[in-house]
Write a new protein. Structure first.
Lengths: 331, 331
């Protein structure tokens, strides 16, 4: 395979992967053979990697050695990625208004399924219903992925469940804690919000053009850095475990899980996804208050129906079906 | 009212309206008083109008006189517009890829409800399901309007019916012919397609951010200029009536009708719209073939249900409900 045939940055990512795997010096010749590019190309890519913030030592007799800390960028995410399409192409921003906005624009320009946007920091990170998503740099993961399922807009909420499972699974894998999902798509650890999902789409009334799944995960943010208003209801993986999470590794894990569950959704349908989602859902039996744009509903959560709508038994004994809104568990 | 408080182009539009209304010379002083700006400002705006393609004669003793032909631009559309918000702000392009694309981008940037885009010609005019919409310059109307109803994506198709009524009404008013609507939103004259509608939206799964309603109307296009593939199934108002249609007037009429029916939709709900739409719908009793992305259905159209879904009685006697697809009347 010629380097010209690879996606941009793929050779750099491969060099990083080989150097990390070796743990010590690797000769330019070994890299050249291992990757299938000339030694001159290796040298050029090594220089590019240094400019990208990698700490690579070069010794004439021994070759190259990489050492932490590693930067957080598209090369780092690509290095060792195992997915077929999700996150295989990443647009990385040090800072942007919103990864969902960037991904949406890329979607409008025709970017393919699986293309992802990552930002180290967001100036206008958004949550559902126009809310702000706190997005400082250096600590968390903010990423948005373009998907192009052949579905109608009325089915698009099903992808919310796909995303929620992917986030919950990845959080569980990296934290060792079992998160829960608050309907429809907040991910909590010990009852505090650690991650959120914002799905947006471009569609005709009967056909989705593309969906952008935006995910924000509080990875290494410290409690003191949360705004006072959410300090007691939000958390991060670091706060819950005391362990720093490698953001690029987390992104790769998330993309793998997302691809897996998206394929299950396409192959087996929404019911298979919903059954798995229920395994992370913890509100059944709780007292909930649901705020939608036209009403507030209080009652006991009795589950979800086959469409994923929340079922709430009100004090009158009726079971109400909620397809949209914000849920607070009040007891 | 100071001119600085008016939208860009509003004074020019007012001058054009007054000059057209007078039919002869109007003094600079009369314009100055009539509009409430200085005579110097009138003089500057007249010069701007000349640059915009207006044919304005100035005689020292008599003032200003306007004469046809009038250009097709944002000033011409604004001149005499009577709506409250639809089309009150127009982004006009001599040529663009697609008015829906431009309006979508404007929507993402936060442009308000009613803002419209018009292009004299489109390079990538689009119809439903990714089809091409023939969009030569100088002859037709291509416009897209941003709406921000507080609805869920599953309700967005209802706006298709709002748009269809608006287009049908305006076509009827300008052509003197009674058009019919092919489900859900093609407008036909004598059975041939004269206008089409493409609705797109930006949304979360449970909440529409905005809808872009794109409308293409074949006004003055000649039969010989249609591509051979559609020459026998498409038509224009000119071909059906022999009369040239003023595009700016048509746009103003369309915006008025759209605003009216959009308000009815918001105030009285979809059923009121659907009832009016049925008055333009002509397929009941016809044999139809419906092509959707997962099936082809043939049968007799027996109407639409309360959601606007097409009802088709198949040869087996079952009545199938169609929410998406392309309908051909075959008998």
């Amino acid at each position: 395979m010629k380097s010209s045939m690879r996606p941009k940055g793929a050779v750099e990512a491969e060099i990083v992967r080989l150097l990390k795997g070796a743990g010590s010096f690797v000769s330019g010749e070994a890299l050249s053979k291992g990757i299938g590019v000339s030694r001159t190309a290796v040298w050029k890519h090594i220089n590019a990697l240094k400019k990208s913030g990698y700490n690579i030592e070069a010794l004439t007799a021994k070759g190259y050695r990489i050492a932490p800390p590693y930067p957080f960028n598209d090369i780092e995410v690509a290095s060792g990625i195992t997915t077929g399409f999700v996150g295989r192409k990443v647009f990385f921003f040090e800072r942007t208004d919103s990864t969902n906005r960037r991904a949406f624009e890329l979607g409008l320009k025709g970017e393919g399924e699986g293309t992802a946007v990552i930002a180290d920091a967001q100036d206008k990170g958004r949550g559902r219903i126009g809310r702000i998503w706190e997005s400082p740099g250096n600590v968390n993961l903010y990423t948005s992925v373009i998907l192009r399922p052949l579905i109608a807009p009325r089915e698009a909420h099903e992808l919310t469940f796909v995303m929620a499972i992917a986030v919950a699974e990845t959080v569980a894998g990296f934290s060792g804690k079992r998160p829960t999902v608050k309907w429809p798509n907040d991910i909590l650890i010990n009852g505090k919000k650690a991650a959120g999902i914002l799905l947006e789409m471009d569609s005709e009334p009967d056909r989705v053009h593309f969906v952008v799944g935006g995910i924000g995960v509080n990875l290494n943010m410290r409690k003191k850095d949360f705004p006072p208003a959410i300090r007691e209801i939000a958390t991060s993986l670091f706060e819950e475990t005391g362990v720093e999470i490698d953001r690029a590794s987390f992104a790769r894990g998330l993309y793998s899980s997302m691809e897996l569950w998206y394929k299950i959704y396409l192959d087996k349908g929404f019911q298979a996804v919903l059954e798995a989602w229920k395994g992370w859902f913890s509100s059944v039996g709780s007292t909930v208050r649901v705020t939608s744009f036209d009403r507030v509903l209080e009652g006991v959560c009795v589950g979800v129906d086959k469409d994923g709508a929340l079922l709430v038994r009100t004090p009158s004994g009726n079971v109400e079906r909620v397809i949209s809104g914000d849920v607070d568990t009040t007891g």
